[in-house]
Design a protein around this ligand. Sequence first.
Ligand code: HEM
Length: 556
Amino acid sequence: MTFVQLIGYGVLTLVVWKFVQRRVSRKANALDVAGPEKEHWWKGNMVSMCVDGFQRCLDVAADYGGAVKIHALFGEEWLYVSDPRALHHILVKEQHTFEENDGFLFCNKLIFGDGLISTLGEQHRKQRKMLNPVFSTSNMRELLPVIQTISHQLKSILVSNLSACSEPDHARYREFVEVDVLPWLSRSSLDCICEGVLGYHSAALDTGNEDVYTDALRMLSSSITKTMIFRPCVPIVMRNCSLYWGRKIVDWLTISWLPTQTMKNFRELRHIVEIMDSGSKAILQEKKAALQLPPPLLQTHDTSGETRGKDMMSIMLKANASSSEADRLNDAELLGQMNVMIFAGLETTSVAVARALYMLAKHPHIQKQLRTEICGALAAYQIPDIDPSHAKDDSGARLSYDILMNLPLLNAVVRETLRLYPSLPILTRRTTEAASVPLQYPVLSASGEEIDVVHVAKNQRLVISILAANHNQAVWGEDASEWKPDRWLKSSQGVIPGDKDAVKYPGVYSSMMTFLAGNRSCIGFKFAEMEIKDVLATLLPAIHFALPSEPDDNGM
Ligand code: HEM
């Protein structure tokens, strides 16, 4: 036997041994809970869960209840959870036993650095402690004028698009013009995050004037999605190689002569991350230098109406500088937060605004009532215009933070949209040790017995179904999957949505799970709510939204 053959047999034996070991451990740790039959020998139920995602994720919970066994890739079994008590246990009570999975953490670390979505345990707790007060209501109140300037710019662009598209002599054409609003909502959301969080004037709405940094941020989410295929390999490389060798592997993978589209996507992501990193570093240095300036210089206004020093980063830097050494975040962590905020707050918010406009277009009578509510508030409580040049035509009219956030129908429309269509419908977790998950509503075991607790082994993968939780009829009522904003208007009559016989979800926002629960819940939900409400309150008095006359190229 040659030396090469010997090595070959050795590797083969190791692979077979690992395979047998995995099968034995899987059998011993099999999930004893009912779920759909395996649809494919190695793809399990993944194809139907992904291809027909939205409806399938709801059907699985409706058919099997709040804890379901799903067959994942290569024979793995996942626990798909939407039961309220189980989610409280997983996300709040025993959060340390149900952590983010390695693939998610390692990839985030590579892309964003040491921000909130890449850290665990004590480091994550320290970062949250520093950041929670930054997103307080009083800071949001200060920030609203920055968001309002951007919403008004968005409105002006959409209105001018309508005028440009319409034929001036035909009144009918003036009324019905089709403009794809999603790209504009995405740009306005990027400006809101850059100005509001980073204090950086990104000018994404000024098409043609974007800089490389803004352009890179705009492409980040889609580039990450295109490279998902690399995700399972990242923990293996990061656990087994030093940083030097990790970098070397990325260098080899991104050499330009590897021709496939997948490698091109990987190269593109690397390029975007490099631009984001150097741009964020420059902003961080600028902000730190600005902190040394005397207060009057820190609080000047620039031509965009932005108030310097009121963005989240400046507030965080000030809090960081005055905190104790033990609590202070280092530069790598501060940089990580900047990158994470842009990613976490961008598409999540723009798709929520797009969905709200779509639902209002589908329900014109609610759109009309909402317009009346906003115009009434503007007539009664309008505060001085941001831009004095608008004084004659009311186009810069705006509301104070407290009026905007307390308009009943606007509140109901935003809540109902976020409940029914959560921007992040599912998330994953992994157990750090064997555990038991208690259930509010019993489900069937694999053998058909009723059970109210599911036992899970160490390293069990869980899918948190925010979508199924928000559509749970046992908690939200039989009309849970219908878009009915008026369910939120009944609280004066003592009816609290999402609270049935004292059973409710532990979510941080109106007990829905859209922004999650516990200490990994969304830190930016007040920012997102304010932005969504302000964009709607600015667009609706000027524009009537209707569905397009024909489906688009994707049949939507
Ligand atoms: C409608 C808009 C939004 C939705 C639906 C949303 C939802 C969520 C959800 C479900 C999580 C938990 C993710 C996980 O555990 O893996 C999360 C985390 C996070 N979100 Fe949001 N988010 C939104 C907007 C924002 C905005 C505007 C910001 C920042 C300004 C932001 C910053 C973050 C951060 C930093 C985290 C990580 C928190 C942590 O791990 O401690 N989000 N978000």
